[in-house]
Design a protein around this ligand. Structure first.
Ligand code: RIB
Length: 294
């Protein structure tokens, strides 16, 4: 299986802080690093590091050339990433003393993608390929519709979660990935709804879609038709949780592409995410296949 990831490419500016800054507060940070990120690009990096064949499509400014070089070094095909005159997407990330983060996005090139570019890109893909999406670019509804017409299978991670997601044709997805907060919102349940209720509501609401519900330290749940599978977390010392979810998805999909079943794919995805959180950064923290499939 080949993967086309139409997704964000961001420059991450990571500020190390004591606590996440409050409204009206001015706060000093103890360090600032500039690194490669973007949920889409991180997932592509994870797919490639896991050994999958992945094409990333998106848009960057000339300030994003280093990101393309990094992706290419990991083995991602970057020929569908277009350039434009403006800035690459940016993520201002605060990382606090508890290793919690807060992320503020500026769309940049991610919000300059056009339907014409999407049409042109999709011409190179079809049945047997999978389109991977997140919610950091524009025209995701169009991408879902057009990719479905061409026979691609579809995976979407509903993050960042906002009301626009309710208008997307989500029932066309083959795999839907949410955390417990996004899942509860999508299922119109309260934030304290039990995980099992969230999962059951989503399985019922999207009967043709496999559901992956990630629940932080409590691992993740898979639900489809009558099948339910739980996988715990791979416990490591947490240094930086940024890109843990992206790593999880990349390794999950790459494991399936290797011919593994859902249970094993979840196991390797959890291990990869556990290794990623034990290291700083986003894209750079994603482990290599040899570390995960050992
Ligand atoms: O999931 C982590 C990513 O979210 C960061 O790399 C940042 O760019 C934001 O997109």
């Amino acid at each position: 299986m080949r993967f086309l990831n139409y997704g964000s490419v961001n420059i991450d500016l990571v500020f190390t802080v004591d606590h996440i800054v409050k409204g009206g507060e001015t706060l000093q940070s103890s360090s600032l690093t500039k690194s490669a990120g973007g949920k889409g690009a991180n997932q592509s990096a994870a797919l490639a590091k896991a050994g999958a064949e992945v094409f990333h499509a998106g848009k960057v400014g000339s300030d994003g050339d280093f990101l393309l070089e990094m992706l290419a070094d990991y083995g991602v095909d970057t020929s569908f990433i277009r350039h434009y005159e403006g800035a690459t997407g940016q993520a201002l990330i605060q990382l606090d003393r508890h290793k919690q983060n807060a992320i503020l996005l500026y769309g940049g090139g991610n919000t300059e993608i056009t339907k014409e570019e999407i049409d042109e890109t999709l011409k190179s893909f079809g049945k047997g390929d999978m389109l991977v999406l997140q919610n950091e670019i524009v025209h995701t509804g169009y991408l879902i519709d057009e990719a479905k017409k061409r026979g691609l299978s579809l995976c979407m991670n509903l993050v960042p979660f906002d009301r626009t997601l309710f208008s997307l044709p989500l029932s066309k997805l083959d795999l839907l990935v949410v955390n417990e907060i996004e899942g509860a919102a999508l299922a119109s349940l309260g934030e304290d709804a039990p995980f099992s209720e969230i999962l059951e509501s989503l399985v019922k609401a999207y009967p043709d879609t496999q559901i992956l519900l990630t629940v932080g330290k409590q691992g993740c749940w898979y639900g489809f038709e009558d099948e339910r599978i739980h996988e715990g977390i791979y416990d490591t010392k947490v240094v930086d949780t940024t890109a843990a979810g992206d790593t999880f998805i990349g390794y999950y999909l790459a494991s399936l592409a290797r011919g593994l079943g859902v249970r094993d794919a979840l196991k390797y995805a959890s291990k990869a995410a556990g290794l990623a959180v034990s290291r700083p950064g986003a894209m750079a923290s994603i482990p290599l296949a040899g570390e995960v499939f050992a």
